[in-house]
Design a protein around this ligand. Structure first.
Ligand code: ZN
Length: 151
């Protein structure tokens, strides 16, 4: 696990320093806000969903800790170009991964580069930081109109 831990730390630093897809999206047609009161992380996710339910473009805004920012950044890269249905499946795989037992081998087959977030399992307080962007993405995709809360 130590290689994964080092990778986790360097990926978090990199994405926190230069978040990808940060900002609003001109042609966004779905939006949601999210809040993690435990840490103070706030995020808005903007989605442009086009023909065939494909996420053509997306971006995020907000302010939060390094883990919430890095997770949002990697989330946007992971779901861009995906169908909503497939992004929902990735939501399930990712939240399943980060909330799994840290003493067991992480289930990383379906999450690609997001596997580095298995490192967050050792810090239960941080799991909500890592999942905030994903819950907010889900609210936007489902157009629930609700603020995503991690509590
Ligand atoms: Zn946080």
């Amino acid at each position: 696990m130590s290689e994964l831990r080092e990778l986790y730390q360097s990926v978090i630093l990199d994405h926190n320093r230069s978040p990808r897809n940060f900002g609003a999206v001109d042609d966004a047609n779905r939006r949601a806000e999210g809040h993690n009161p435990l840490c103070g992380d706030r995020i808005t996710v903007h989605l442009e969903v086009g023909d065939g339910d494909v996420i053509e473009d997306l971006g995020f805004q907000g302010s939060g800790c390094a883990i919430s920012t890095a997770s949002a950044s990697m989330m946007t890269q992971a779901v861009k170009g995906k169908r909503v249905e497939d992004a929902l499946a990735l939501f399930e795989a990712f939240t399943g991964l980060v909330t799994s037992d840290p003493l067991e081998d992480p289930e990383t087959d379906d999450v690609g580069k997001l596997a580095v977030f298995a490192g967050v399992r050792e810090y239960p307080m941080r799991v909500k930081c890592a999942t905030l962007a994903w819950h907010t993405l889900k609210s936007a995709m489902l157009e629930s109109g609700e603020t995503a809360k991690t509590e």
